[in-house]
Design a protein around this ligand. Structure first.
Ligand code: ZN
Length: 238
């Protein structure tokens, strides 16, 4: 069972639209219940999209789309890391430090991030950048963010004290153990994904696809017939 005294959640992803496909319904519910949610994106998705957008405009366009998608589920604190290229993400110490910095700024009770484990049943969900973001994210949670001697310059130069994130929710994990029903937030999830027009404008039946995914996940997690859900693996990290 997840922890229940949660006031702040930090959601980490590799690319614009990852959070919207994976968990916008869940996030909409969190915001509705009064939880403060922050998004942290490692890249601006400059390798995504199609030929109808000039490549040099893609980063800026996708940042705008992500901010609009976040707003559709009530999230207004959206942060982007600089210096990481879509398709080239690795769980480097630089990336870990950048994530630790934001953990110590936001001080979340819970983090949501992509699973660092490849899901062989759904290779598309396990893009190498997602695995890298998840690996860097979990290393940032444990041990770095809570250890004053990891990246000591964050304390000495930026005044960012250690912080312990108590729980992590993994998206697209091969072994999800927790389903969040999204029937009530499904419309907001669709609105969030439509905001990523450069990516989802090309899909014939976005809603049908999302419905099918959500019903399949509900089935895997043994929710009642016809339920729709997003699935996670919950890790206690404190
Ligand atoms: Zn992605």
């Amino acid at each position: 069972m997840p922890i229940d005294d949660v006031t702040r959640i930090l959601c980490l992803a590799a690319h614009p639209d990852d959070l919207d496909f994976g968990c916008a319904g869940t996030i909409a519910g969190w915001v509705e219940s009064g939880i403060e949610v922050t998004y942290l994106l490692c890249t601006r998705g400059d390798q995504g999209g199609f030929d109808d957008t000039p490549r040099e405009q893609m980063s800026e366009l996708r940042e705008r789309e992500q901010r609009a998608a976040a707003a559709a589920v009530g999230v207004h604190d959206v942060r982007f890391l600089d210096g990481y290229r879509d398709g080239w993400l690795e769980p480097t110490f630089a990336l870990q430090r950048d994530i630790v910095r934001v953990i110590r700024q936001v001080r979340p009770d819970r983090m949501l991030m992509p699973s660092p484990e490849r899901n062989w049943q759904r290779i598309g969900a396990s893009h190498p950048d997602h695995l890298a973001a998840g690996e860097a994210g979990i290393r940032a949670v444990y041990p770095a963010a809570r250890n004053p001697f990891a990246f000591p310059e964050l304390v000495s130069e930026e005044g960012l004290e250690p912080w312990t994130v108590r729980e992590v929710w993994l998206m697209a994990d091969p072994a999800p153990d927790h389903g969040v029903p999204i029937e009530k937030t499904f419309e907001r999830k669709i609105a969030a994904l439509r905001a990523h027009a450069s990516q989802t404008g090309h899909l014939d039946d976005l809603e049908g696809m999302l419905r099918e995914w959500a019903e399949r996940i509900a089935g895997v997690l043994h929710l009642p017939e016809g339920a729709m859900a997003e699935g996670f693996r919950i890790i206690r990290t404190a």
